[in-house]
Ligand binder design. Structure first.
Ligand code: PEP
Length: 261
């Protein structure tokens, strides 16, 4: 699980990075975390897998975690050209992995069933799954966003079972808010997060459901971060565009530093 009682900030680099720019990012991230009171938040970066080694070799007591953005649906080594399984990720200090990001659902046809399989593989290797769910523009306009997201979680829960589901964390990412600059309204975030928490309580009971972190993602930046993380049932944020450079990510972390829960 992610640490309780801390605001969780996960950067999703997507397909960004280079050996040279990563070094600059790392230096700046480490010095920023040293300067800030990072006791107030927990920071993780979901890297392209090819950069896990570069980061893991520099992690000695570093105050942040590294994670992956995806994992193979196959658990065991095998003839799956181009794929990386959970056991391989674990070897590089990968503490968490995003699964079911809307871009993977859209471009790679990933279904809730597949997302559940990937989450299960991660858990077997001791890696925390960060499961993304979220409605599209159409569902939001039709007024069926909550129904859509609850269905996604129900489907994942029925494949995974409540014991494994208890070990997952979730990110609510409305698809229309990702990379668009359109942040969900605070009232919509509160409503959705409340509905998701309620569903998790129904599935697994109050205590385990409260231990699951529920992040919001979709165009979060330094300007809007505080109004989002202060909402009820928002345990943190998943940040795409604003996390790939320390100029924007550093400003976002500064806003969070010193903020009391
Ligand atoms: C994401 O990639 O998960 C994301 C939320 O992106 P952005 O912050 O750029 O909207």
């Amino acid at each position: 699980m992610f640490p309780e009682k801390k605001t969780i900030v996960i950067g999703n680099w997507k397909m960004h990075g280079s050996l040279q720019s990563n070094e600059i990012f790392l230096e700046k991230l480490l010095s920023t975390l040293e300067d800030l009171n990072s006791a107030d938040f927990f920071c993780g970066i979901a890297l392209p897998a090819i950069y896990l080694f570069q980061f893991s070799s520099r992690l000695d007591n570093a105050p942040f975690f590294i994670g992956a953005q995806n994992v193979a649906q196959w658990e065991e080594p095998g003839a799956f050209t181009g794929e990386i399984n959970a056991m391989m990720l674990a070897e590089f200090d990968c503490k968490f992995s995003i699964v079911g990001h809307s871009e993977r659902r859209k471009y790679f046809g990933e279904t809730d069933k597949l997302v559940a399989k990937k989450a299960s593989n991660l858990l077997k290797s001791g890696i925390i799954p960060l499961v993304c769910v979220g409605e599209g523009q159409q569902e939001r306009e039709k007024g069926s966003a909550i129904h859509f997201v609850k269905n996604q979680i129900d489907e994942i829960a029925s494949c995974l079972g409540s014991d494994l589901l208890k070990k997952c964390n979730f990110a609510y990412e409305p698809i229309w808010a990702i990379g668009t600059g359109n942040v969900a309204k605070e009232s919509d975030i509160v409503e959705m997060h409340g509905a998701v928490k309620e569903l998790l309580v129904q599935i697994m009971g109050e205590v385990p459901a409260q231990n699951i972190s529920l992040l919001y993602g979709g165009s979060v930046n330094a300007e809007n971060v505080l109004s989002i993380v202060d909402q009820e049932n928002v345990d943190g944020i998943l940040v795409g565009g604003a996390s790939v450079s320390m100029e924007t990510f550093g400003k976002l972390l500064e806003k969070l530093a010193g903020r009391r829960q």
